[in-house]
Write a protein that binds this ligand. Structure first.
Ligand code: MF3
Ligand code: CO
Length: 273
């Protein structure tokens, strides 16, 4: 992986250090690379559609992982999460107060009223895509519906700022401004990232307002923007399994992520159909 001081935390990919203000190099993709990124994104969107349709009470989180891996491989792609820093599955399945990186488990059965976040990624011809969605399991509370909806919308608010000539942290500020009006907690320990021939490339993309501007956005950058939003406080804990991140106050958490392309106009969302 890359050269971040905190990467030695084996568990977490992107523990964000606010002290790290160094400008980071973000790769600019060629037209040919963008075509591969588009296809990687489109195929992942198909996988997410099928996984979303599969969600119902009574299935295990391992059932979701097994289906996800099959859907990825049947498209001639490789699951990029599998064995990433030792992650033992293809899909991250995080239920209720689990924020991200929940490990699929045959004993963990989804119940009516749960919310479940699915984070998935794949490699197509050497190029990575990454996307996450939070789903309702059967009927859920109004409070849970609102959290899912606001989290999704915060991504769209954020990417309104994802335009050539703006700065990276304009995205962060736009997400923060929107989410803060609801009084939700924005997870600070984990952030979005550049993506391309690596799952995690420079730069980091925090979902909360920054003092520094971050790098200037340029057409050809591909970024994974991924707000993780808690119904309660922003604080999280890292579980002893080495992966699962949970809200400290055990409030519900939702996640929404797409891989996007910076263009000379509107950003293009790659992980949609
Ligand atoms: N989408 C996740 C992220 O960008 C990737 C999880 S990698 C895994 O942080 F190793 F946890 F699977
Ligand atoms: Co990601």
């Amino acid at each position: 992986m890359e050269r971040f001081p905190w990467k030695k935390c084996s568990l977490q990919l992107r523990r964000f250090s606010v002290k790290d203000g160094k400008a980071m190099a973000v790769t600019i993709k060629s037209a040919r690379e963008i075509e591969y990124m588009r296809e990687a994104g489109r195929l992942l969107a198909e996988v997410h559609e099928e996984l979303g349709a599969f969600i119902r009470p009574g299935i295990s989180t391992l059932d979701i992982d097994m289906l996800g891996e099959k859907l990825i491989r049947s498209r001639g792609c490789v699951p990029n999460f599998l064995n990433y820093n030792g992650y033992p599955a293809s899909i991250c399945v995080s239920v209720n107060d689990e924020v991200v990186h929940g490990i699929p488990n045959a004993e963990r059965i989804l119940q009516e009223g749960d919310i479940v976040s699915l984070d998935a990624g794949l490699i197509y011809k050497g190029y990575h895509s990454d996307a996450a969605r939070t789903h309702a399991v059967g009927e859920i509370s109004e409070e849970a519906k609102k959290l899912i909806q606001v989290t999704r919308q915060s991504f769209f608010e954020g990417i309104k700022a994802a335009r050539e000539g703006n700065h990276l942290h304009d995205i962060s500020a736009a997400i923060d401004d929107y989410v803060s009006t609801f009084g939700y907690g924005i997870v600070r320990d984990l952030v979005g990232h550049g993506i391309g021939t690596q799952l995690h490339e420079d730069a980091q993309i925090p979902n909360f307002r920054q003092k520094r501007t971050g790098v200037r956005l340029q057409a050809g950058m591909t970024l994974a923007v991924e707000p993780m939003i808690n119904a309660g406080g922003w604080q999280v804990d890292f579980m002893d399994d080495g992966w699962t991140v949970v809200t400290r106050d055990h409030s519900l958490s939702a996640h929404y992520e797409n891989t996007i392309l910076i263009t000379d106009g509107e950003p293009e969302i790659l992980t949609v159909l």
